[in-house]
Design a protein around this ligand. Structure first.
Ligand code: ZN
Length: 449
């Protein structure tokens, strides 16, 4: 079938959409029709994709990651530590990152995400040692090679140990360099409008690695360039103590003082907000990326997702970096968030549908892309199709619930902007065996020093 011809994804086993029992029609990158029970498509000249073996859901959206960390997964020197000592063990390793190693790391992370049903991802890259000034350009090129929709954030750190921060001097940059490069990247790569495939946001790393001056200047630049803002906040008790000691206030007060408490901002983690702070977040339309696996591995805590949603805060999901997950599988993250939040709130308040909603519509709200994350007419043709032909699904009753309850981990087909980017569980043109060989060698070299 030609890629310009409308495609009827016909008679799915199940679909996460109302009134689409007989499937959807996609054309020119968008969903143009839902086909209800007992009907056929109104769109003329459709090619047919037989989906009778597939469960169809909106493409999953990942709202927090650090791609480069695939090079430091399960690294013994950093294992079994909480956030601050974990970071201190890893900063010197990350300071040795090269453009070649980053390219491999990014390709691995993106491929893992796509094969798990992800159609849009963010990345938060904040390590720019000498020689790696083009890190975000490398990420853009990889996304375009793979056909993945991305919101890449230009991260930054400028408060090193010399200035009372956590990172060593070798991984920070000065404020002027950071702001100039941020403006350069937005001008060069940021696409606007509902069909955008590459977008750029600005993302100082955290209150303990960035100066107040840079936080404020970044908010001003984001306003001027009309792009989004991202950072880590309220991840650990250590961070609360740091904020009280250095700034004399709690992290959310600090965020507000820096001009960040607004609709442009989405925050990774958001574990330690009190009820009043959640209301302020909801009122400001600041969203939260919930990173269930990372929060459990680093024993940081549990994001109070139900209270947040009740306060009007949009919740998305993020796999977080592969040194604290240590995977990039977004479907597994859906299950992890479901399990963690169900344990916290009980069976009556958290269902598999909630977890899927966080990873789709919730994540779309985090990144300011309302045209993504839903199967409805006019939305982007970003879809993930899963087959239930593995042992883990055998005997399952509800096909949609089975994705979460029986631990789906691999999509059979993924469509991004109307193009099939995963076919039969593989990414066409990507030699995974060779990628693993080269990436593993780069990881060994980086970790050895
Ligand atoms: Zn993170």
């Amino acid at each position: 079938m030609s890629e310009t011809q409308p495609i009827w994804i016909k008679d799915p086993l199940a679909i996460l959409a109302d009134g689409a029992e007989r499937g959807v029609v996609v054309s020119e990158g968008h969903i143009v029709e839902l086909v209800g029970a007992g009907q056929g498509p109104m769109t003329p000249g459709t090619a047919v994709f037989d989906a009778t073996a597939h469960v169809v859901i909106p493409g999953l959206i990942n709202t927090h990651h650090h791609f480069y960390q695939t090079l430091t997964r399960a690294m013994p020197a950093a294992m079994d530590r909480e956030l601050f000592p974990w970071l201190k063990a890893l900063y010197p390793v990350w300071a040795r990152l090269t453009p070649e190693a980053l390219d491999l790391a990014v390709t691995v992370a993106m491929a893992e995400l796509m094969l798990s049903g992800c159609t849009t991802t963010t990345d938060h890259h904040y390590v720019f040692p000498s020689g790696l000034e083009d890190a975000i350009d490398i990420e853009v090129a990889a996304a375009q090679r793979l056909g993945l929709r991305v919101l890449l954030t230009r991260g930054s750190m400028n408060r090193s140990q010399r200035d009372g921060g956590l990172p060593p001097d070798s991984v920070v940059q000065d404020e002027d360099t950071i702001l100039a490069d941020s403006a350069r990247l937005v001008a060069k790569h940021h696409q606007r409008g509902p069909d955008a495939m590459v977008q750029i946001a600005l993302a100082p790393c955290s209150p303990f690695s960035v100066t107040t001056s840079l936080m404020r200047a970044t908010a001003d630049l984001a306003e001027k360039l009309d792009v989004r803002l991202h950072t880590h906040l309220a991840e650990t008790e250590d961070e609360n103590r740091f904020c009280e000691e250095i700034h004399g206030c709690r992290p959310l007060d600090y965020l507000e003082q820096c001009g960040w408490l607004n609709h442009r901002t989405w925050l990774a983690h958001g574990i330690f907000f009190n009820v009043d702070e959640m209301k302020r977040l909801g009122k400001a339309k600041t969203a939260i990326s919930h990173c269930a696996c990372s929060n459990q591995i680093l024993a940081s805590g549990c994001c109070p997702v139900c209270e947040m949603e009740a306060a009007g805060v949009a919740i998305g999901l993020g796999v977080d970096g592969s040194a604290s997950n240590d995977g990039s599988n977004l479907m597994q993250e859906v299950r992890a968030a479901f399990l963690l939040q169900r344990a916290r709130y009980g069976v009556g308040r958290v269902s598999h549908r909630d977890a899927l909603r966080w990873a789709t519509q919730g994540s779309a709200a985090c990144i300011g892309r309302p045209e993504l994350g839903e199967i409805a007419v006019g939305k982007a043709a970003d879809l993930a199709l899963f087959k239930l032909d593995e042992l883990r699904f055998s005997g399952a009753g509800d096909p949609l619930a089975a994705l979460v309850l029986c631990a789906a981990h691999r999509a059979d087909r993924v469509m991004i902007g109307g193009h099939w980017r995963v076919i039969d569980g593989s990414i066409p043109g990507l030699d995974v065996t060779e990628l693993i060989r080269n990436h593993s060698a780069a990881a060994r070299q980086l970790q050895a020093g």
